[in-house]
Every structure is written in C-alpha cells, then in structure tokens.
Design a protein around this ligand. Structure first.
Ligand SMILES: [Fe+2]
Ligand SMILES: [Fe+2]
Length: 314
C-alpha cells in the first residue's frame, strides 16, 4: 500500500477542526549504555529506539522535530551518546525533522555537550531555544549534578523569564526532564522537580502552550500553572503504574512515544505503542480518497450510519 505523506493527509478536512500546523514527536528516556551493554543486564535499549524510528518512517509523517526529554544515556558514556545520535540523526534526516536533546538526571553535561551535541564541553546547564517553524521549543535542563531529583537554578529561571518576554508566532512548548506534576509512585516523588512554585511564577500567563516531560517512565498527563503537561513513557523500560502499592517495578514492555499535534487552538498528545501487532481492521488510503470525494451528507451515510456494509470503527 502506498504511503500518503501526512502533508496531504493533513489537508483533508472532513470534521470541525482545521489541520495541525506542526507536529512534534516526543520520545523519552532512551538510557543507552556504552558498548551496547544491556541495561540491568537484560534490557535492550537500542531496539525500541530503532522500532520507534522505523514506525515513524513507515507512517509517512513529516514531523517538524524529534524531541528527546532526557536520560539519553544511562551513565553519560561517550559511546552511548554517539550511538544514539547516529541512529536518530540518520532517521531525522530522512524524516526532514530537527532533533532536540534535553538533559536528564542520568546524563552528564560535559559528555552530553561533546558527544551528543558536538559542542565544547562545559558543566553549565544545557538550556536552549529552537524555532520549529514558528513554534518556539525551549529545552530546559532540570538535572542536578550528582543527584537524581530535579531543580532549576535561579539563573535558569531568570533566563527563561527573559526568553518568554517576547511571545512566539505559534506559542511555546517547554521541554524538561522532570515534569512538574505529582506521581502516584512514592519513591519517584523523592526524585521529582523541586521548587515547582518558582517555575509556576515564571511561566504562568506566558505563551507556553504545553510542557513535555519524561523521567517517570510511564505516560501521564497533568496541569501545571494552567498549562497542560504531557509525559512520554520511556523507550528502554517502563514503570508499572499498576504495581502493588508501595513498590517500584520497572518492566520490559509497554514502551511508547507521543505524537504532539499543534493546532491553532489546542495541542493534542497521542501515545503510540512501540512494536509490531496483528492488524484487526484496516481502511486504506483509497478508501479515504473515496470518502473525500463524497459530500458531507453522503459520507455520513457511507461511514457513520450503523450496520453499514463497510463495518464499523471505533
Ligand atoms: Fe529515566
Ligand atoms: Fe530521569
């Protein structure tokens, strides 16, 4: 089946909403180790990232950016950064997407700069601003060297306030590793972002439309300072949100990435499980083209009316 580029698909409007103006792919917590060593001796970190990129390339989507919200390498090894960078940059080139790397608590600033970003080494926070075709993406380094919890230095908050002083054409998306929302896993709350009230003071009322986070290893959403927060699960292993109460359980399964569609009036986050699954039902692009050729009334009869011979979806 021919893959139809999403620019074409995105122009098809058969509902009430206009097309998405931008698409960000949100990926988190790759936790690569040097020499392709397995995490905890058992977890293959590379295959799920390859799988994610293969699914994106197969989809025909043309994302503006791939945003990785931290814990790129598990212990900051040079080979880990170089390996994930090679894998991701090759795919991003084919997708025509920018790549944004955000620091996590497992990352090491100096190696992150030299081996992942190709910059001069420095232990200063790795904060940066990207222009994704009018959407401003701010990458904020919430890591605390030597610790796993998160915190933002006063100088970082001053910088952030300064950047946010001028609004962006399509608004701002803030990406940071430690999400400013509660977690139901008690041990993870020890490792949360501290000083959240100070961040709220800086970003409330600005043009930030969404906050992207990682760190929790399970997909979740919340609201912070009136701004939607979306956490992408990890690609390496996930934390089981249904584990027995009081336990923290990492499992080899349930990995996913998020698609972040930016519309004029809202931003929609969609979780994509990683893996190959049996197809249960399928309507191909030719079927979509047929629906497009019909009037709204005709397509309501053809696709919405119950007991239609085409079967049902959703
Ligand atoms: Fe992590
Ligand atoms: Fe983390």
């Amino acid at each position: 089946m021919a893959v139809v580029p999403n620019q074409q698909i995105q122009q098809i409007q058969m509902g009430q909403h206009g097309p998405a103006s931008h698409l960000i792919v949100h990926i988190s917590d790759t936790h690569f180790l040097g020499g392709s060593r397995a995490l905890y001796g058992t977890v293959d970190t590379d295959t799920p990232v390859r799988q994610a990129l293969a699914q994106l390339e197969r989809s025909g989507l043309r994302p503006d950016a791939l945003v990785f919200t931290g814990d790129i390498a598990d212990t900051g090894e040079a080979d880990a950064y170089r390996r994930v960078r090679a894998l991701v940059e090759a795919s991003a080139d084919r997708l025509g997407a920018q790549v944004v790397w955000v620091m996590g608590n497992h990352d090491k600033r100096a190696a992150f700069r030299t081996d992942l970003l190709g910059q001069a080494g420095s232990d200063a926070p790795v904060d940066a601003v990207f222009d994704l075709g009018g959407v401003r993406l701010i990458a904020l380094d919430s890591s605390v060297p030597g610790y796993h919890h998160g915190e933002l230095a006063p100088s970082q908050l001053d910088w952030l306030a300064d950047v946010l002083g001028d609004p962006a054409p399509h608004g701002t998306v803030l990406a940071l590793h430690h999400p400013p929302i509660p977690t139901m896993i008690p041990l993870m709350s020890i490792l949360e972002l501290r000083g959240q009230a100070r961040l709220a003071e800086v970003i409330a009322g600005t043009d930030i439309r969404a906050i992207l986070g990682g760190h929790l290893h399970y997909a979740t959403t919340g609201l912070f300072a009136g701004i939607p927060v979306s956490v992408a699960a990890a690609t390496c292993y996930t934390l089981d949100a249904s584990a027995p109460q009081g336990e923290l359980v990492g499992q080899s399964g349930g990995q996913s990435i998020n698609l972040v569609h930016v519309y004029d009036d809202q931003i929609v986050h969609s979780t994509v499980p990683l893996g190959e699954f049996d197809v249960a039902t399928r309507f191909d692009a030719a079927f979509l083209a047929r629906m497009q050729s019909l009037s709204p009334e005709e397509r309501t009869e053809a696709f919405s009316r119950q007991a239609d011979s085409t079967g049902s979806v959703a």
